[in-house]
Write a protein that binds this ligand. Structure first.
Ligand code: SAH
Length: 225
């Protein structure tokens, strides 16, 4: 897609990422590693930064937003414990890279983005990669997925929020299945705690994983700006 030499460079960079930045840390789930090996991250990076596609950090994707660091994508995915029966809701499509990783592990991914140009370009890349088990919605993800378009079970097995939130909003908790899991960065405007929560009889049991820095979720149940 980018010429033989670039393809080889991207492949080598992807292998280096898997070895040092993922397996070299605490990413051990073979399904997560296989998905990270399978999805060409360079496709999700704007041309200005494409050569850094596998660098160990976030990169700009336009609209003042960022694609998350590969390790954080892998860590959140690992904590989400997705299986092939799972219907997964993602809040914050962004580049669509995390969406693509989830699509390899889940039955279906439902993803919400507030910027139409980001949603459009994510959709274009996923189409190009032949990924067809993803449904897009343009709007405020803090309100959850539109009620009329929920999966037949009426809720999601997993929810991932890929922007910082002051708290996990009630509409999102309401759309999570009993025994379902949510992974999200929860906290302040610049620093948050990455948490993994399990829903048990309408309550979230929360566990902190590490400190993170995400862009803010802007919306009714998010930050105002
Ligand atoms: N997973 C993405 C992360 C993108 S950054 C990736 O790796 O590329 C977070 C994204 O959340 C941004 O694209 C931002 O526009 C989006 N976002 C912020 N507030 C939102 C909201 N209320 N609803 C849906 N998306 C939102």
């Amino acid at each position: 897609m980018y010429g033989r030499q670039s393809e080889d460079k991207f492949k080598a960079a992807r292998e280096r990422m898997l070895r040092y930045d993922l397996r070299g840390r605490d990413i051990a789930d073979p399904r997560v590693l296989a998905a990270m090996a399978d999805v060409p991250r360079e496709e999700f990076i704007p041309p200005s930064h494409r050569s850094q596609a596998y660098s160990d950090g976030p990169l700009p994707i336009g609209n003042d937003q960022t694609i998350s660091q590969p390790y954080i994508v892998a860590l959140m995915t690992q904590e989400l414990r997705v299986n092939p029966e799972c219907e997964v809701l993602e809040v914050g499509t962004g580049s669509g890279y995390q969406t693509a990783i989830l699509s390899k592990l889940a039955k279906k991914v439902y993803t919400i983005e507030r910027f139409s140009d980001l949603a459009e370009s994510a959709k274009t890349v996923l189409d190009k990669l032949g990924i067809s088990n993803v449904e897009f919605y343009l709007g405020d993800g803090s309100n959850g997925w539109p009620a009329g378009r929920l999966p037949s079970s009426g809720c999601f097995d997993r929810i991932i929020i890929t922007a910082g939130v002051p708290e996990i909003s009630e509409p999102l908790v309401g759309q999570l299945a009993d025994r379902g899991l949510i992974v999200a960065p929860v906290g302040g405007r610049t620093v948050q705690r990455l948490v993994a929560c399990e829903k048990k009889t309408d309550k979230l049991i929360s566990r902190t994983i590490c400190d993170v820095r995400f862009v803010r979720l802007i919306g009714e149940h998010g930050f105002q700006q």
